[in-house]
Design a protein around this ligand. Sequence first.
Ligand code: ADP
Ligand code: MG
Length: 319
Amino acid sequence: MPADEFTIIDKYFKTASNRDDIALGVGDDAALLALPAGKQLVMTMDTLVSGVHFPRQTSAADIAYKSIAVNLSDLAAMGASPAWLMLSLSLPDADEDWLQRFSESFLQTCERYNIDLIGGDTTRGGLSVTVQASGFVDEGKVMRRDAASPGDRILVTGTLGDAALALHDMQSDVDTDRYCIDRLNRPTPRLGFAENVAEYCDCAIDISDGLIADLGHIVDASECGAELDLQAVPLSEPVAERISKSSDPKLVDRVCTGGDDYELCIVVSPDKHVQVKELAVSHDLQLTDIGVVTEGKGVVCYRDDEEIQFEHTGYKHYG
Ligand code: ADP
Ligand code: MG
């Protein structure tokens, strides 16, 4: 007999909680939690829909990992330390093999980041995974989108465009680099660095829809502009090699406008620049200067001092 939702919850998602801030986790009508003194609660939620946020052939283990990682990336962008997760799972059928692989990866990922699953919902429907994540930040230490000022430097972690290249290759049935597929399926939330950098920096965003679109959110919220040096945008070896060999001029655009990087874009005042760069080195994290905040409006991109316009600046669901 196929499992009903109560059996599924009990068998795959009801785990003993490891954290002492959880009075009640999975199993009651709602979770009961203790917020540490002096901290603010930071909450975020992201849905991954099959065929929209991940290719249909993505493994259960990768979907589980990514559903957590994209939320942790949002918490990182706020400078928060993650604590709790809720999971809303919509499945076409109770495929126990899929559920086994999904929950194993989900719970492993929770353990890796010292976060606990505290509740959720399980329904029948098209394959879709929603995770809600909560974390803490020291009062007043949060990084926000509306805190950029003219003169600030714009920096980005890691490399951009790896996931967009993998997705583009998959959609065009072209062989793609294993590294880029891993970057698409297994993005790394920049948590450790982000929690520490919040000490020096009060403005950040994670790059989920594309660098130019996401930096656009910062300058709009902060009522200023940005100048971006496209040649400074950090590329991985596979992406740099593909661009140098390709005759497709759109490939370069995809790096700056493609989604799914889950790197952090941070805005730093010049007097904190050295500390922030040193912090990145201590986290063994690539951190690259890519532009400056201006008095203007919108994101203006330059290559060889020439202004470059993009047709599409990032992923939009209804665009
Ligand atoms: P209710 O009917 O009271 O809303 P549910 O039957 O939906 O409760 O859920 C029972 C318990 O199981 C709740 O604690 C809920 O948070 C938890 N839960 C349901 N689905 C999941 C899931 N996919 N992952 C984790 N916890 C879940
Ligand atoms: Mg109830």
